[in-house]
Design a protein. Structure first.
Length: 279
């Protein structure tokens, strides 16, 4: 598909989704909110991609929500019956949250490669990814507070699972910039690199390492880690037992064992495409 705000590039089992409005600092306009979830779901549904890498074109990862979205709101948000207006706004927020929830829902890991600013909506996006990597000049900011609103697309719910809650509160209350070195020290990012070239080289290498493993096992790991984050240890262990009883595949293990014995790369089947029921 062709997109106006994104560029999608395939390299073997790895697909890059590149935020592609560099002249606007990759600000998230109305088209972005329609295109981004469609692009991510299309990759998942096709089935042969094993890792998604998200990055930004130009001088920064993303400046977050395009101000034109705030300057030209839907008339239903600002006029009419208060009850219906409030119901419409609630539904709109839930729809926008789904644009980033999809990153957790897809079957393959999603890696974020951040350079320059990762502001507002953009930190909501990367907090929903599986792993984050950054350049030395990268910084993260929950900018919404400075604009007079509470961040509502997932960062306040997810960031506390990734780094100390006290720091998340400080970032949300102050809207200050979190530089890359502090993001590394406090657990938001996995690694920091001198420049974008070395960042992308490392992230693509991680993606290739992931893609060489069984996509079924990787998918299971993502599913179980996400479940465990949101449930007790006891519930998560029971879920793991139920998952394994249905998903454990000795044949998948034999592919790996044979490859090790032959000192070759294992060749696992791709996940099946997502299709409509009864199609």
């Amino acid at each position: 598909m062709n997109y106006t705000t994104l560029r999608v590039e395939r390299e073997g089992p790895v697909t890059q989704v590149i935020l592609n409005r560099p002249d606007k600092r990759n600000a998230m306009n109305r088209e972005f909110w329609l295109e981004f979830p469609k692009a991510i779901r299309a990759i998942d549904e096709e089935g042969s991609t094993r890792v998604i890498v998200i990055s930004g074109e130009g001088k920064m990862f993303s400046a977050g929500m395009d101000l034109t979205v705030f300057m030209s709101p839907n008339q239903k948000m600002i006029s009419g019956d208060q009850g219906r207006k409030s119901e419409n706004l609630r539904r709109t927020v839930l729809q926008l949250q789904e644009c980033f929830n999809v990153l957790e829902e897809v079957r393959m890991p999603v890696l974020a490669a951040v350079h320059g600013g990762c502001i507002g909506g953009a930190i909501n996006l990367v907090s929903a990814c599986d792993c984050r990597y950054a350049t030395e000049d990268a910084y993260f900011s929950i900018k919404e507070t400075e604009l007079g609103m509470t961040a509502d697309l997932g960062v306040l719910q997810r960031l506390g699972k990734l780094m100390p809650e006290g720091l998340v509160r400080e970032l949300a209350y102050t809207a200050r910039k979190l530089p890359a070195d502090e993001a590394l020290r406090t657990g938001l990012v996995n690694a920091v690199f001198a420049d974008q070239d070395s960042l992308m080289a490392h992230v693509m290498d991680i993606a290739r390492q992931i893609s060489s493993n069984s996509p079924l096992a990787v998918m299971g790991s993502k599913e179980v880690i996400n479940f465990s984050r949101d449930h007790s240890v006891s519930d998560s262990l029971r879920y793991m037992a139920a998952w394994q009883s249905g998903m454990f595949q000795p044949g998948e293990m034999m592919v790996g064992f044979q490859a090790k014995m032959q000192k070759s790369e294992p060749e696992y089947q791709d996940l099946w495409p997502v299709e409509e029921p009864f199609s």
